[in-house]
Design a protein around this ligand. Structure first.
Ligand SMILES: Nc1nc2c(ncn2[C@@H]2O[C@H](COP(=O)(O)OP(=O)(O)OP(=O)(O)O)[C@@H](O)[C@H]2O)c(=O)[nH]1
Ligand SMILES: [Mg+2]
Length: 478
């Protein structure tokens, strides 16, 4: 029984990603609440509970294998998405890192170059190099490949978990629909993301979802969103004779969402360049339309006070393949419109997955969702741990069969940090003793002491081995 309890706790950690519970949509009952990445996804939560109970049933009957098979099916899909989506980025990074152990240059300098080339950004690259350095100072031990991986993994997870990846939804006491405002440059994947997200919200969160077709510039944009509305079986507000401009369509969609008791309104916007002042001003105007219509207060002249808590999310959609090239425009929109998070699309085709870290850090914004394909199911929660593993080729999310590698590396990192603290304590207590160990020539260490304990695992599949608008109702299963 002890085994099953321990394993059940492990299941909870694995399936719910250690993310604290957040406010839920009004349509959901708090009784089913579990801490999860998207805790409004009731169905998923219930699936998790079902799996847990099936698992412990099976375990208590001695059918441990059967219970574990259920657990595996629950996590497999997510691991596969990260493993596949990050394959290109991973292969490049791992093959470069492998060169560290065979090259003759200064390991720390080379390491920094490799991390920069992997689009991780200066701050993160420096953090990793500094920690590696600190583990070697005053130590006579070899630093292995596993040690290096453990530092990289630990740092990436720390940096990405620092910002909350959970999507914010309207709270019960707000009594308004959740509004998610989606923006970004041309062709980044805004409309596709909205389609996929609508599908997830309806299916997993059992939400009543409305789409606002506010891209009135590009011919075909409304039709494209209509097709997604059909596929996701959600409703859509389109432009009409009386409501042609993006702001007018948006206003009409807000009215419909309120009157129709919708849980969530997803607002599609037209693609734009950040230097197009008129289009940026339009985004600002649209945000004000939302803040005014969802106002909760009136001023002394009985005018609505803008509700600064909405939209609940202003998500910038970025094509991962663009890497850091997208940073400048992101900074402009962050300043002008105010962003709350990022959606990284097309990770499946990109070799620049590392840019997730640098973009998130430089903008100080969490990545909330990732797109890993063009299909309706290809939108995932952003999970820092799986992301780090996917990028570094660790465990199932990294495309390997080594199930416990992440746990092992986390323990390894803890060990290295403990040893470092112990050395620091000795140094304080007995400076003479520490002088002896500090006398090690660390520049020579840079070249020589990284011991090849095992090759860095790469993706085995790699050849390199590395006013009134028309608001249409769709048939909906609720
Ligand atoms: N492989 C892959 N393709 C994607 C992903 N997300 C979007 N796409 C594709 O990217 C292209 C552009 O997607 P849209 O959703 O139309 O992009 P948009 O930002 O709405 O574009 P505009 O409305 O023109 O500004 C389409 O061909 C999508 O199928 C993804 O995660 N992976
Ligand atoms: Mg679009």
């Amino acid at each position: 029984m002890k085994t099953s309890t321990t394993l059940v706790s492990l299941v909870v950690c694995l399936t719910h990603g250690f993310v604290p519970s957040q406010p839920r949509s009004s349509s959901l009952s708090p009784s089913t609440e579990l801490p999860m990445v998207f805790d409004f996804f009731k169905k998923r939560s219930e699936e998790g509970l079902d799996q847990l109970s099936r698992f412990s049933d099976a375990a208590s009957k001695g059918e441990l294998g059967k219970g574990l098979a259920d657990l595996a099916s629950y996590t497999r899909e997510s691991n596969e998405a990260f493993a596949t989506g990050l394959a290109k980025s991973r292969n490049r990074l791992l093959s470069d890192l492998e060169g560290l152990f065979t090259g003759s240059g200064d390991i720390l300098e080379d390491l920094q170059d490799i991390l920069l080339q992997a689009d991780l950004g200066m701050m993160t690259s420096e953090d990793i190099v500094e920690e590696v350095k600190s583990f070697r100072e005053g130590s006579t031990k070899f630093l292995s490949r596993d040690d290096l991986k453990s530092v990289m993994r630990g740092k990436l997870i720390e940096i990405l978990e620092f910002r909350n990846s959970t999507i914010r939804f309207a709270e019960d006491n707000e009594a308004i629909p959740t509004v998610l405002f989606i923006l970004g440059a041309n062709g980044m994947g805004k409309t596709t993301t909205i389609g996929k997200l609508a599908y997830r919200l309806r299916n997993e969160g059992e939400q009543k979802v409305l789409l606002a077709a506010c891209d009135t510039f590009r011919a075909g944009a409304v039709d494209q969103l209509k097709q997604w509305a059909d596929r996701a079986e959600v409703d859509i507000c389109e432009p009409s004779e009386n409501a042609k401009s993006p702001a007018a369509v948006l206003y009409s969609a807000l009215e419909t969402a309120i009157a129709g008791g919708y849980d969530t309104l997803l607002v599609d916007t037209s693609g734009r360049l950040s230097n197009n002042d008129a289009l940026t001003a339009e985004l600002v105007k649209m945000k004000k339309v939302i803040q005014k219509r969802l106002s909760m207060q009136r001023d002394e002249n009985d005018k609505p006070v803008l509700n600064q808590d909405v939209p609940h999310e202003s998500l910038l959609v970025l094509d991962a393949a663009q890497g850091r090239m997208a940073l400048d425009s992101a900074k402009v929109w962050n300043k002008e419109v105010g962003l709350t998070g990022l959606v990284l699309t097309k990770l499946d085709g990109s070799a620049r997955g590392g840019s997730v870290v640098s973009i998130s850090r430089e903008l100080d914004l969490p990545v909330k969702l990732i797109g890993v394909g063009e299909g309706i199911n290809d939108l995932r929660d952003f999970e820092p741990e799986r992301f780090a593993d996917g990028l570094l080729g660790i465990g199932a999310a990294g495309g390997t069969s080594s199930a416990n590698e992440g746990t092992f590396l986390a323990a390894r990192l803890e060990g290295l940090r403990k040893e470092r603290s112990e050395r620091a304590a000795i140094k304080v207590e007995d400076p003479k003793k520490s002088e002896t160990s500090a006398g090690i020539d660390t520049s020579a260490v840079n070249k020589a002491v990284i011991q090849a304990t095992a090759p860095l695992s790469t993706n085995p599949g790699s050849s390199k081995n590395r006013k009134k608008s028309k608001c249409k109702k769709n048939k909906r299963k609720r």
